[in-house]
Design a protein around this ligand. Structure first.
Ligand SMILES: Nc1nc2c(ncn2[C@@H]2O[C@H](COP(=O)(O)OP(=O)(O)OP(=O)(O)O)[C@@H](O)[C@H]2O)c(=O)[nH]1
Ligand SMILES: [Mg+2]
Ligand SMILES: [Zn+2]
Length: 349
């Protein structure tokens, strides 16, 4: 299918990093495409030639929206290209696994509304996954039209990191989206993450200039969203920026995110270098520079509590995951051994 509106590879976010991964044979025989939607039994990729519903091999690697893939002339997936960045979390509920959220993202818009959803601890969670993936975070505080102390809240967010970009706006007002539009450069992929009902899809629609995505009202009693968006989708802007809308997350449990957490709380890391003991837990040890900073009013107690909580959480989840991997591996080995024994028994018979 060739139409004049198909984006070029550059407009889809193709970079030398991806091109370098192709063998000569793959250059000849395969086509690159970007995953724009992923459903239970359907994966959509967009290429220079249009949309392709990919045929997935049964043993396919894990894939997520934003991935660059190679496929053949019958739209059969060949392989997923190495990712430049990846957001992941612990799979929700009691499942012991990770869930891939988005791949090859250049900037992350962390969306938080200025009503009851406003929560600094939650913003820090999102910051940790952005830092872990080495992706630039931008904070978007929506529903400024429904908040009486916008500047105070904006300052609280800015205090988390003085160099971070923080915007407060009414997402329903096109003029107020102009500062966000400047991030949407050709070939740049911007993901939107945040709780349900904060206005992620409203922002994407506003930047696209048309109602590409469904949006939904929030509950009146507790301002919680109704989980209107149910799948991740990558939308291409007319000039080639890419916007990745995601369903609101009930829980964002960190996994394999130690560096991201440390980078999010870099002032605590700096203070910790001055603690008397190199393994200081910043609790009641003598000579703790972190506790001294709290006493002197230079560090918020909330920051330390949030830092320690996230650090513990990611360590716990990472440990559970590697335990499960080790168990799975041992189980796999056991199955192999039993099969081999059965084979040699048969041959011996
Ligand atoms: N007043 C006001 N309403 C807004 C703003 N942003 C979003 N809304 C409204 O909030 C509701 C939820 O917006 P959505 O864009 O559907 O939220 P979402 O983050 O995509 O939610 P999920 O898809 O459930 O994750 C809709 O009724 C929007 O019109 C804003 O800045 N001000
Ligand atoms: Mg939505
Ligand atoms: Zn200390």
């Amino acid at each position: 299918m060739i139409t004049s509106t198909n984006p070029t590879l550059t407009e889809l976010g193709w970079k030398p990093f991806f091109g370098q991964q192709l063998s000569l044979d793959e250059y000849d025989k395969s086509k690159p495409g970007r995953i724009i939607e992923q459903h239970r039994n359907k994966v959509l990729a967009l290429s220079e030639h249009g949309q392709h519903s990919l045929v997935m091999p049964s043993n396919s690697e894990r894939i997520c929206v934003g991935d660059w893939v190679l496929f053949d002339e019958s739209d059969r997936l060949i392989r997923v290209l190495e990712r430049q960045s990846l957001f992941q979390r612990k799979a929700p509920g009691s499942k012991v696994s990770t869930q891939l959220i988005a791949a090859n993202v250049d900037s992350l818009m962390i969306v938080c509304s200025l009503n009851n959803d406003f929560n600094l601890n939650r913003i820090e969670r999102y910051l940790a996954i952005a830092k872990e993936a080495q992706v630039e975070p931008i904070i978007v505080l929506t529903k400024a039209d429904q908040c009486s102390d916008v500047e105070v809240k904006k300052q609280q967010v800015q205090a988390l990191d003085q160099f971070m970009m923080v915007h407060a706006l009414n997402a329903l007002e096109p003029n107020e989206l102009v500062p966000l539009a400047s991030y949407c450069k050709t070939g740049t992929t911007i993901a939107f993450l945040g709780s349900s009902g904060v206005g992620k899809s409203t922002l994407v629609n506003g930047l696209l200039g048309y109602q590409a995505l469904e949006t939904g009202s929030i509950r009146e009693d507790d301002s919680k969203g109704r989980h209107t968006t149910t799948f991740r989708a990558l939308k291409v802007l007319p000039h080639g920026g890419l916007l990745l809308d995601t369903p609101g997350m009930r829980e964002l449990q960190l996994v394999a995110c130690e560096q991201g957490v440390n980078d999010t709380f870099s002032e605590i890391m700096t203070l910790a270098e001055q603690c008397r003991f190199s393994d200081c837990k910043h609790e009641s040890e003598p000579g703790c520079a972190v506790q001294q900073a709290i006493l002197a009013g230079k560090l918020e107690q909330r920051r330390l509590v949030s830092y320690q909580k996230l650090l513990k959480e990611q360590a716990f989840n990472s440990a559970t995951l590697s335990e499960k991997k080790a168990k799975d591996k041992a189980f796999g080995k056991m199955i192999n051994r039993v099969q081999n024994e059965a084979k040699s028994l048969k041959q011996g018979r």
